[in-house]
Design a protein around this ligand. Structure first.
Ligand code: PEP
Ligand code: MG
Length: 605
């Protein structure tokens, strides 16, 4: 490992951020084996008491904040942790270990918590197993304190917004912090299609993922300038480096302002092909930016973010209110609501999803909904109620067989019956579409096109499942590409099948937010895209500068190319003749996504 001040990762959310680094260790810290001399035993017991006292104070503060900002239900997580640390019996046992064995406080604390973990984790009693999660939280906080390592309390210690450095950025962690406390994220794990990366882009927070050894190489508290566009971090930047960063950020924001100016012109190619641009909506705060950027409705509303970071499922009325609010904001346009896509890398506490060896191949998305009909039916009831005064539609994720569509239709019928029985308004119909994001769905595309109201291609998962490459694994980032011929040919097939059946077809995966992706999709005949709110102005600007004839030629070349690199090279060469790629690079993630070069750069870094 080199100790350069400039570190390289994968830029996943554009923009420059400057601030102190707050290093979060999501995993449990390693505890060194340490024996203390007999005369130091009393001091060690006192050190344990002090650490626990200060963690208790921190937990009290967090509990108050959670109660004020989220609700009493969420504050209860901290109740459980506080109770554990106030348990005199438990603490007495840790102290006894220090006294009897001359163990360092952290070693004794770890020893005792591991014992409890083994006892509770193996229990058949569900509530004891739930306590293991609380124990992990407690263990992490106390050990960090005893070992003098920073924790999330440090976020507030600098008195100005910080850059969070972590091993793995999860969707829950991404939305946990107050927006004005965090200006950037850096994580060792993850890639552009990880759900946390998608969220960071939605929030407009610069983010870098796949940065090897970031926890060791970025000292806690050090001043850092990060570039989420190009994926670089400079530790302790010089005044010149800071100046350069400012110039770059100025260019980026100027370009974004320029792009925004065209927000309400309809998207059409230079040869007159109309393209429908909708937006992906993950969090309620994106609603206004999406409308400002001229989205023609919502092409993907990810409902799981109504649950991530909360301990309970949203009530039916709350869901109805939200769907109505979105529909009202985009009156006259459709809102494609995707049923809960939990599992994979999103584990909201309310769903109580047990850990699995292969979560992306496990209990995820439509499987969870069909196995938990009471949860699914509540969501369906909310959709039917909201559809009474808005163009709400339903979209099913991770579908692999037509049976799943049939079963969902049956549950919609059940939800409607229930609403009528309860004397509540219910729309007479609910169009149901399918997210094509598994090779199985491509193979069965003709059947889905005949049965579903519409199709929307989820290129993130379609790539992951086609290539057997984990979409969030930084080590495999160079192998993950929606431009791989095996994906490109499926995209061609889907367009042909949907056109023949006359079934509406869109793309809602991140490929529709990438310049070269848009170019290729246009050339393959796609005319409807749903993009991240921050990418929407760029996608519109591009469409307005490309001709469908050029795109068709580029797509023909791409279809004949033997690998992802050749596909990208062909697209890039043609697109460079039509638009200024450097201009795009200044504002968005680099256009050139040669997977090989990404891999080489990371290994050199
Ligand atoms: C996809 O898989 O491309 C998609 C749009 O869904 P998500 O990224 O939420 O899995
Ligand atoms: Mg998906």
């Amino acid at each position: 490992m080199t100790h350069s001040r400039i570190l390289y990762g994968i830029g996943v959310s554009p923009g420059i951020a400057v601030g102190p680094a707050v290093v979060l260790r999501a995993q449990l810290p390693d505890v060194p084996s340490r024996i203390v001399p007999p005369e130091a035993v009393d001091a060690e017991v006192a050190r344990l008491g002090e650490a626990i006292g200060s963690v208790l104070q921190a937990l009290e503060r967090l509990r108050t904040r959670a109660r004020e900002r989220i609700g009493p239900e969420e504050a209860r997580i901290f109740d459980a942790q506080i109770l554990m640390l106030e348990d005199r019996d438990f603490l007495g046992q840790v102290e006894q270990l220090i006294i009897d064995n001359q163990l360092a406080a952290e070693r004794a604390f770890e020893f005792k918590t591991l014992e409890m973990r083994a006892l509770w984790g193996g229990s058949s009693n569900g509530s004891l197993r739930d306590k293991v999660a609380d124990l992990t939280g407690v263990q992490q906080r106390v050990l960090n304190r005893l070992l003098g390592r920073p924790d999330d309390e440090q976020l507030h210690a600098h008195g100005r917004p910080a850059i969070v450095v972590t091993r793995e950025l999860t969707p829950g962690l991404t939305i946990q912090f107050e927006r004005d406390h965090v200006v950037g994220f850096v994580s060792e794990e993850g890639t552009r299609t990880a759900h946390a990366a998608i969220l960071a882009r939605s929030l407009g927070i610069p983010c870098i993922m796949g940065m090897p050894h970031a926890l060791e190489r970025i000292p806690a508290g050090s001043e850092v300038v990060m570039d989420g566009t190009r994926g670089t971090v400079v530790v302790a930047p010089s005044p010149e480096e800071l100046g350069q960063a400012k110039v770059f950020e100025h260019r980026r924001t100027a370009l974004m302002d320029e792009l925004d100016r065209g927000a309400h012109a309809p998207a059409a190619t230079t040869d007159g092909h109309r393209v429908v641009l909708r937006g992906n909506l993950d969090l309620p705060e994106e609603l206004e930016p999406l409308a400002r950027h001229g989205a023609e409705g919502v092409g993907l509303l990810r409902t799981e973010f109504m649950v991530v970071g909360r301990s309970a499922l949203p009530a039916e009325d709350e869901q109805v209110d939200y769907f109505r609010r979105v529909a009202r904001r985009f009156a006259g346009h459709p809102i494609l609501v995707r049923s809960y896509d939990v599992g994979g890398d999103k584990f909201p506490a309310a769903f109580r999803i047990e850990s699995e060896p292969n979560p992306f191949l496990g209990w995820r998305a439509i499987r969870v909904c069909l196995d938990r009909p009471e949860v699914f039916v509540t969501q369906l009831r909310a959709l039917l109620r909201a559809r009474v005064d808005g163009d709400i539609r339903l979209m099913l994720p991770l579908v692999v067989s037509v049976d799943e569509l049939t079963q969902s239709e049956e549950l919609v019928a059940q939800a409607r019956h229930e609403l009528i029985r309860d004397g509540l308004p219910a729309a007479p119909d609910l169009p149901i579409g399918v997210v094509v994001e598994t090779p199985a769905a491509t193979v069965l595309a003709d059947e889905f096109a005949a049965r579903a109201a519409f199709l929307s291609v989820g290129t993130n998962d379609l790539t992951q499942y086609t290539l057997a490459v984990d979409r969030g694994n930084a080590r495999l980032a160079g192998r993950f590409s929606p431009f791989h011929p095996a994906v490109v040919r499926q995209l061609r097939h889907l367009q042909t099948v949907a056109a023949a059946a006359g079934t509406p077809l869109a793309v809602c995966g991140e490929m529709a937010s990438e310049p070269l992706g848009v170019f290729l999709l246009l050339g393959l005949g796609y005319r409807e895209f749903s993009a991240a709110p921050t990418a929407l102005p760029l996608v519109r600007w591009l469409v307005q500068r490309l001709s469908s004839a050029d795109a068709t030629h580029a797509a023909a070349e791409a279809l004949a190319a033997p690998n992802a690199t050749a596909v990208l090279t062909a697209l890039e060469r043609r697109m460079a003749q039509l638009v200024d790629l450097d201009l795009i690079d200044a504002g968005w993630l680099p256009v050139h996504r040669d997977p090989g070069s990404l891999h080489r750069r990371r290994s050199e870094g």
